[in-house]
Design a protein. Structure first.
Length: 220
């Protein structure tokens, strides 16, 4: 059975366990000298932003694109100040959305390792949380922490990757005219996430109400 947004709480918990096990396995992986897997970070994010800028006008207003740019600057600043070590960085799936999870007997299994490369482990967690509601996100995190403990301040970094991946996804789909209306319809949620992120207010585990905020000023 392929995963979808209507995961039970137990399924969401098991997804967290799965991701933690993937990362535990990655800790023991020795990279061959001739291995040149992709590195998901500031460089690849900049490439995605460059493409997004070319197509932003197809689904974003000028005011909305300004918010996106401000959020992108904050994401890159946070990425720049993150310290990679053996506990938080290594081999990742890099595309763990719900479409790349299948369930068998209640246990999730990852598929499609086409983007597998190196990056922060939180990148994988953020990718799967993107399509879930707050109570499911909490269960994923609880499942993950049953296997691997997260740092005390991980939520801020996780929300940074959440915004990063959301923009990367839009960059990927924005060039397809058939996706335009869907992208437009998602902005009532995306812009709220961005708005909260810019204000420094936690949003990942809170219910986000869709509102029109194109003209809302960014101030503390």
């Amino acid at each position: 059975m392929q995963a979808h947004e209507r995961l039970t709480e137990d399924q969401a918990y098991q997804v967290g366990v799965l991701i933690a096990r993937l990362h535990e396995a990655a800790l023991g992986f020795e990279r061959p000298s001739d291995c040149r897997g992709p590195v998901w970070g500031i460089s690849t994010y900049r490439e995605a932003l460059a493409k997004l800028e070319r197509y932003a006008g197809t689904f974003l207003s000028e005011a909305s694109w300004t918010l996106y740019q401000l959020a992108a600057e904050k994401v890159m600043s946070q990425l720049h100040h993150m310290n990679a070590d053996d506990c938080n960085y290594g081999l990742i799936h890099a595309d763990l959305h719900l479409g790349n999870l299948v369930f068998e007997g209640g246990i999730p299994h990852p598929i499609d390792f086409g983007r597998c490369g190196y990056g922060y482990f939180l990148y994988d967690l953020a990718a799967v949380l993107l399509s879930l509601v707050p109570n499911q996100r909490l269960k994923v995190l609880q499942g993950y922490e049953s296997m691997r403990k997260l740092g005390s301040d991980y939520i801020q970094s996780l929300e940074c990757f959440f915004i990063m991946i959301m923009m990367e996804n839009y960059s990927h789909h924005a060039s397809n005219p058939r996706e335009t209306e869907s992208l437009k319809s998602e902005q009532i949620y995306a812009l709220v996430y961005i708005h909260e992120y810019l204000r420094g207010r936690p949003f990942l585990l809170n219910v986000v109400e869709p509102v029109e905020i194109d003209d809302a000023p960014i101030s503390s």
